[in-house]
Ligand binder design. Sequence first.
Ligand code: SF4
Ligand code: SF4
Length: 66
Amino acid sequence: MPKRFAEVNESYCVSCGACMSVCPKGAIKIVKGCYAFVDRNFCVGCGICARTCPAGAIEVKAHEVA
Ligand code: SF4
Ligand code: SF4
């Protein structure tokens, strides 16, 4: 079954933390102060982070999961 997850384009991310603040699942952390990291164990693919990101760095994509 495909599942939807947020993916961060590290080249675009400016580490503002906006996505982390709005994620209802607490799935996003800022890694080493340099980019946002999405924990797929918590992400439900709602897309709120992608709509919030001022840099357009997040896309929600479908992935096949075992
Ligand atoms: S898609 Fe939703 S649950 Fe997943 S990281 Fe973004 S805001 Fe959080
Ligand atoms: S909102 Fe966008 S630019 Fe800001 S930390 Fe998240 S992914 Fe990076």
